[in-house]
Write a protein that binds this ligand. Structure first.
Ligand SMILES: Cc1cc2nc3c(=O)[nH]c(=O)nc-3n(C[C@H](O)[C@H](O)[C@H](O)COP(=O)(O)OP(=O)(O)OC[C@H]3O[C@@H](n4cnc5c(N)ncnc54)[C@H](O)[C@@H]3O)c2cc1C
Length: 362
């Protein structure tokens, strides 16, 4: 960068924000980099299902982590954006100016779409959601990756509690037949009861009511059936999709506000096959890193090449000793190749560790 110091503010110290800050710290010149997050610690979100099953997971002090890299850390809640004045409001009390903003505020559990979720359901979407589950039968709602991983982890660690996995689709139904069959066999082997093709209409204090009126009782219900993103971008007038994710161009810049870049769950990024990239750590890390590259390129007067990205794998853990590693074709469809069992668990663990390294944790 030339002339006076430019200020880059990164909102959110999750996988996307940390990977952006890490690369900016290495590559950007004549710049102050500030990361804002409401949390004091980074907690590996991709291990929250393990934490819910009573395992201890790593925590990193964000100030220490970032200051070591020459990045300023501000612990505060972002309460508003003013993109015209190029300022962010923190804790509703004070504001900070920026030249370039990286919006990486991630996602949280959707607690509003279905009645009773906010009042009665547990969640593993964020560290703040984790609460000890009472003893007794557990219903996990949502048979996506998070629901599958959680059901397996709970069943493996609490053999005496019945775990039921409810979903509108077959667990892993979007993967190859081989992978989906392995998921079903392993979950069943762990004692998980799978009920597919069902939709929950309401969460009750002691169970759920399905849309067909059937009531299923449980000591605890864990909701993994949907995620929402913060409404800050929408409230500030940035162009967003119906969920509130910032619409980005091929260089991850907001299509309405070119001083704002977005990465991670809170960004809508075009992916293979005209589908947006998934809300995933596997997206957040390369997107955060790419945003830093694009910012540095533009600061140096060059136009960055568009982000190119494809998923190679989809990894779903099935307890601590098993997992499914689904290889993917270039169009993101499941390939024939699947790694299962202990080898799969080993690969998944390696990938989670590599993700931590990419975020600068190790
Ligand atoms: C149990 C579980 C398992 C998962 N497993 C996998 C997996 O195996 N593979 C995979 O690819 N993905 C997985 N995911 C998804 C993955 O965790 C997310 O896609 C990823 O964390 C998104 O990264 P992010 O940086 O966009 O957001 P986040 O990691 O959510 O980080 C956002 C940050 O923004 C901060 N923030 C939010 N709002 C504010 C505010 N108003 N003010 C200040 N700070 C704020 C938060 O405190 C947080 O630190 C899993 C998710 C869960 C819940």
């Amino acid at each position: 960068m030339t002339g006076q110091q430019q200020r880059i503010v990164v909102l959110g110290a999750g996988y996307a924000g940390l990977s952006a800050a890490r690369r900016l710290a290495r590559k950007a010149r004549d710049t102050t980099i500030t990361v804002v997050d409401t949390r004091a610690e980074f907690v590996e979100r991709v291990r929250l299902h393990q934490a819910a099953a009573g395992q201890s997971i790593g925590r990193w002090d964000l100030r220490e982590l970032l200051e070591r890299k020459g990045v300023e850390f501000v612990r505060a809640r972002v309460t508003a954006l003013d993109p015209d004045a190029k300022r962010v409001w923190l804790d509703g009390e004070w504001s900070m100016g920026y030249d370039t903003l990286v919006y990486a505020l991630g996602s949280a559990a959707d607690r509003t779409s279905v009645p009773g979720v906010a009042e009665y359901a547990h969640s593993v979407a964020t560290p703040e959601d984790l609460r000890a589950l009472p003893a007794g039968p557990v219903i996990v709602v949502g048979a996506g990756s998070t629901g599958i991983e959680l059901a397996a982890e709970l069943a493996e660690s609490q053999r005496d509690s019945r775990v039921t996995l409810l979903g509108s689709e077959e667990p892993g139904g979007w993967l190859s037949t081989k992978a989906a069959e392995h998921i079903r066999t392993t979950l069943t082997g762990l004692g998980v009861e799978i009920r597919s093709g069902v939709k929950v209409g309401e969460v009750l204090p002691d169970g759920v009511r399905l849309v067909d009126g059937t009531v299923l009782s449980a000591a605890a219900v864990v909701w993994t059936a949907g995620f929402t993103v913060p409404d800050l971008a929408c409230r500030a007038g940035l162009t967003v999709d119906e969920q509130g994710r910032i619409r980005t161009d091929a260089t991850l810049r907001s299509i309405s506000h070119p001083d704002v870049y977005a990465a991670g769950d809170a960004a809508l990024i075009d992916g293979p096959g005209d589908r947006p990239l998934r809300m995933a750590c596997a997206t957040a890390l390369p997107a955060g890193s790419y945003v830093a590259t694009a910012i540095v390129a533009r600061a140096g007067g060059a136009e960055p090449k568009p982000m190119t990205f494809r998923y190679q794998l989809q990894c779903i853990s099935l307890g601590r000793h098993d997992a499914v590693i689904q290889f993917l074709d270039a169009d993101d469809s499941p390939a024939n190749r699947v790694v299962r069992g202990r080898a799969g668990a080993w690969v998944k663990e390696r990938i989670v560790r590599i993700a931590g390294r990419a975020a600068g944790l190790r």
